[in-house]
Design a protein around this ligand. Structure first.
Ligand code: ATP
Ligand code: MG
Length: 265
């Protein structure tokens, strides 16, 4: 398999002395779907920034595509969605923000325009494209930020809280876009309900910024004790069925839960 991201001893302490991530070793292979979960303040966003080359490690290093430790050399292959969409939208119009990535990459104008139009349609942004980004609602901003990351079709998506302020309809749209992404996806989130729909592998960040577990989605999401130790709890479906079925049978998603109930009723 091709390794896209390899972190060794990755550590980041902020200037005030807060060690946000501590001695993280992880390898992500091409095509993997990974969720990084952890309580508020555990270090998910810092890990995302360090993996995305947007903060420099204070110890350890990250190797990209088995080639380089310089994130700038592979910048156009990394799609980094920051937790706060306001950090992302800085052009005069939403359209310019979404076109920015493809333009930087020198994508042919026609292809870029088609891509922007299709993402705008998918994410309900078509009527908002000529607005200044600061005049959007929170969820609209988030949809625009997701569109601007997907627009240049990066090999690796590093998405911090892509569902944060988004309603159920667009949450499903973003989920489908992430699922359909032809590459590697790493989603950072404190909320476990959406995890089974997007990830097969789950990394759990402990409160001290170390990795507490790295296993299959099922193994992590049905381990109530592990999750409680790090300040999380299993997804709703798992909590409903816990104790009623074996861990290997507990439904992780709503459609799975419906099926189990249909069988039982
Ligand atoms: N700029 C900063 N300076 C100092 N400490 C920071 C800074 N940003 C974050 N921290 C601290 O680093 C730790 C990890 O923060 P981080 O934002 O990575 O957590 P998180 O897991 O993403 O949390 P959330 O779920 O709330 O998004 C926390 O203790 C936080 O207070
Ligand atoms: Mg965060």
């Amino acid at each position: 398999m091709d390794t896209v991201i390899d972190a060794r001893g990755l550590t980041h302490a902020y200037p005030d002395g807060t060690t946000a991530i501590s001695d993280v070793d992880l390898t992500i292979e091409r095509g993997e779907r990974v969720a990084v979960v952890g309580a508020n303040g555990s270090g998910k966003s810092t890990l995302q920034l360090a993996l995305g080359g947007l903060v420099a490690p204070t110890a350890g290093e990250v190797t990209y595509f088995g080639e380089t430790t310089d994130a700038e050399a592979v910048r156009e292959r990394l799609g980094v969605l920051l937790q706060d969409p306001n950090d992302y939208l800085f052009n005069t119009t939403v359209r310019e923000d979404i076109e920015y990535g493809p333009a930087q990459l020198g994508l042919p104008r026609e292809r870029a325009e088609r891509r922007v139009a299709s993402l705008a349609d998918e994410l309900g942004l078509t009527d908002l494209l000529d607005r200044p980004p600061f005049r959007l609602s929170g969820g609209e901003k988030q949809r625009a930020a997701v569109a601007s990351v997907l627009a240049f079709d990066p090999d690796v998506l590093l998405l911090d809280e892509p569902f944060g302020a988004v309603d159920a309809h667009y949450r499903a749209r973003i989920r489908d876009l992430v699922r359909d992404h032809d590459g590697t996806v790493v989603v950072f989130t404190p909320s476990l309900d959406a995890v089974p729909e997007i990830a097969e592998r789950v990394l759990v960040v402990d409160r001290d910024g170390s990795i507490a577990a790295d296993a299959s989605a099922r193994a992590v999401l049905t381990d109530g004790d592990l999750l409680a130790d790090v300040g999380l709890r299993p997804p709703t479906t798992v909590r409903v069925f816990a104790g009623l079925l074996d861990d290997s049978d507990v439904p992780l998603t709503v459609p799975e839960a419906r099926e189990r109930l249909r069988d039982a009723l």
